[in-house]
Design a protein around this ligand. Structure first.
Ligand SMILES: C[S@@+](CC[C@H](N)C(=O)[O-])C[C@H]1O[C@@H](n2cnc3c(N)ncnc32)[C@H](O)[C@@H]1O
Length: 431
């Protein structure tokens, strides 16, 4: 009977949480997220409105559990086995740029749409093939068929058109990482327990020997897609840059320079610089990430305080600063390489220098909500796919610094509320 009780409890929870959300929305005259073509792409509930914000996360967890129970273990496992077809239909839509040729208003027949998709791609695809891919994607609410044989946009398919980072995220995951994902186990057999970034499923899938970042820099298209995909990831709930801006006491650094190591195109530093006028930023990344086009993206009013430069963080740091900031860097490397990065920083450190890390800290299993747990576990797997690295638990961070150099002292590790990432703050106790 326990399962029957659980179903009833979940149904009650779902009803209660839905009430909290809908009452909040009604009181503000707001709508819920919707797949209607002109609907809201996400709930208009800011994290500061804690009760409805949390209710939505709880609702997602509870509906998922009730859904799983109603499907049952047997069918659930069978369905899980073919979930990869979700990636297939998404990949085809992204690759063939279907969203571009479906009208934003009204619908188009499969025959006409196939003609347009074929012309756009200079490739015979066939009505049947396109139709079955689209009808599968529709089960994920990507496009709709309101009248038989007529295809229209949903809010989700429309996002592929209007949200460039999200479109690149879809392409990066379904196109660039798909073969690697299918080769993780093969790579584990070929290079058992490897912590080398050039012995990954990406090396296996693309039959090449470069580490991930060198590999993507060889291909401008891929590098651009990766950058935009990261931007989209940075924009998702829990990874909002707001948690970086508000989650660390930046003002306490005073008039200081922050070196943002592996800072990509500087979008995190730019956001912090906007909020803290006393800070200057040196955003370091690899040369391949610095094109005239991207350097030009620093807004004029911040150009004096935010500089995009190049530096390989495995080589001795030459920029002297009060604070070294590394966001989403260490989770990209195995311990061996994290220690190298920490050691290469030492020549620039002076007593009291701060090292501020903003990165994942894995929760204990089952201690956070479903969406957060799932996202952290997925990220942890993806770290293995591309770079043979991992997410870390709180204690792992202290151990890592100690192994790099005993003169590092971890001051504290904390996770700003609602943030998916933690801050790890260390200081240099040497001279
Ligand atoms: C996951 S991204 C994180 C970007 C940024 N810090 C953020 O929070 O969005 C990792 C970044 O590290 C950079 N990177 C990788 N290897 C590097 C190296 N050896 N030296 C400097 N940057 C590197 C990559 O180009 C990429 O921009």
């Amino acid at each position: 009977m326990a399962s029957v009780q659980r179903m009833s409890a979940l149904a009650r929870e779902i009803s209660e949480k839905t009430d909290i959300i809908t009452e909040y929305l009604r009181s503000k005259g707001l709508d819920a997220a919707s797949f209607d073509v002109n609907g809201l792409a996400e709930f208009p509930i800011p994290p500061e409105d804690e009760a409805p914000f949390k209710a939505r996360l709880d609702l997602a967890g509870a509906t998922k559990e009730l859904f799983d129970i109603s499907v049952g273990p047997k069918q659930g496992l069978r369905d899980l086995g073919w979930e990869c077809t979700n990636t297939l239909s998404l990949q085809a839509i992204w690759e063939f740029r279907v969203a571009e040729v479906v009208p934003l208003e009204g619908t188009i027949s499969y025959e006409d749409l196939t003609g347009k998709v074929e012309a756009l791609n200079s490739l015979p695809i066939g009505v049947l093939n396109l139709r079955r891919l689209l009808r599968h994607a529709m089960t994920n609410r990507i496009f709709c068929e309101p009248v038989k044989n007529q295809v229209g946009h949903t809010r989700t398919s429309q996002l592929l058109l209007e949200n460039e980072p999200l479109n690149n995220w879809a392409g990066f995951m379904s196109h660039d990482l798909w073969l690697p994902l299918a080769n993780v186990v093969n790579a584990m057999r070929k290079w058992p327990a490897s912590d080398e970034p050039s012995e990954t499923s990406v090396n296996m899938a693309y039959n090449q020997s470069l580490p991930w970042f060198d590999f993507i820099q060889q291909d401008q298209e891929l590098a651009k897609r990766y950058n935009l995909a990261m931007k989209s990831h940075g924009g998702s709930s829990g990874y909002s840059i707001e948690y970086v801006v508000k989650g660390y006491p930046w003002a306490d650094l005073g008039d200081a320079t922050v070196v943002d190591m592996g800072g990509n195109q500087g979008y995190v530093s730019l956001a912090i610089a906007e909020a803290f006028p006393n800070l200057r930023f040196v955003v370091q990344d690899q040369a391949g990430m610095r094109t005239a086009e991207t350097i030009g993206t620093v807004p004029e009013h911040l150009a004096q305080r935010v500089k995009l430069t190049t530096h390989d963080f495995f080589t001795p740091q030459t920029e002297f600063a009060k604070c070294y900031f590394l966001r989403m860097i260490f989770h990209g490397f195995s311990d061996k390489y994290c220690i190298k990065i920490m050691q290469a920083l030492v020549p620039a450190l002076r007593k009291g220098s701060r090292i501020v890390i903003n990165d994942g800290a894995l929760p204990e299993p089952g201690t956070v909500g479903y969406l957060e747990e799932r996202s952290m576990r997925t990220l942890d797997l993806l770290m293995q796919v591309t770079v043979n690295a991992r997410e870390r638990e709180v204690d792992d961070w202290t151990e890592l610094f100690a192994r790099a150099d005993q003169r590092y002292r971890v001051r504290r590790v904390w996770k700003p509320e609602r943030s998916a990432m933690s801050f790890i703050e260390a200081e240099w106790t040497g001279e």
